[in-house]
Design a protein around this ligand. Sequence first.
Ligand code: GLA
Length: 406
Amino acid sequence: MSTVAHPDRPVRWAEAWSDEEGAARAAELFRRTYGREPEGVWAAPGRVNLIGEHTDYNGGLCLPIALPHRTFVALARRDDGGAGLVSDLAPERPWRGRVADVAPGTVEGWVTYAAGVAWALAEDGLAVGGFDAAVASCVPLGAGLSSSAALECSVAVALDEAYGLGQGGDDAGRSRLVTACIRTENEVAGAATGGMDQAASLRSQQGHALLLDTRDDSVTQVPFDLAGAGLELLVIDTKAPHSLNDGQYAARRATCEAAARVLGVGTLREVTDLPAALAALGDEEQRRRVRHVVTEIARVEDFAAEVRAGQVRQVGHLMDASHESLRVDYEVTCPELDVAVAAARAAGALGARMTGGGFGGSAIALVEAGSSPAVAEAVAAAFAEQRFAAPEFLVAVASGPARRVS
Ligand code: GLA
């Protein structure tokens, strides 16, 4: 974390660690906790979604990029079936258990996201033995930037390589790791999320946005060079509390699934005639949720088409429309997200929207290159005026996927 000097209102920036810094932190924690050397250090990124929100569990499209901010895990095998986990957030409280005992309901808290991966891999026929692991992360926590997926995916690539599972080397194998990480989150951690975050962390490519089609989990790498267009992407962590397993997220998903049943389709992706679908739905809440999902999928297509055509300056209105749809129809924004988006636009952003699950978390703003500090100042000032907690910022560039770093 660093602060930019300002006489009365310092703006806080969340900094990304280099391979060396992250590896050193995780390895040092490993040595201190277990008194031996790790076999290696692996890292997996958080993500921001450019557009396509709450579409991934509806068979739809989304367009995330991997962040430069990553979770690092130092790991070594054990031959006694034991498992050890320690985090830099609570270095004095390591968790100890046995791999064979990890299952839904037997672990809790942050351990579910890490140890749960071993259970999910075994469910898919990729059983691993014991291990000790130490985790250090610079992905902002609880900020809607997929700190939980970064943890799952870092452990997945570490176990894959340490135990020679052979899945990390190509996209097909990585898709299998994605599936294990989603099961970890859904079944062990109990959050009914879709698969966007895990796909972004494991299947992204540096310099590209990941166009994920959740109908068949196929991906298209879309070159995403903001600097070349004289732009940058400012991420605003509103610090408003954000949770994906407090019932609200699951309720949105359940409403979509109920609406799909009424419409006689497998997922809302199959809705081709929106006016007819809206007319067929008797429930006003279902109508609004369906309108969001169907229009949002169309916005992802338009956004990706603009980017491919070299017209990234033209996507601002799509970001704005996405935010409005999430605010009015999907009802997953909150005052902090709405103020962040409005203040960023007023300070010159070409477009701005909430990103991720919502109900708190982060917003993104597409801004002129070099103007992030000024836009951040304006957002921080608006937050101070509203007496919200001070926000935190980072500048996102499309980064690479989970991999070994040492
Ligand atoms: C969270 C979930 C994702 C996705 C987004 C909303 O990030 O983990 O699966 O549903 O919310 O787009």
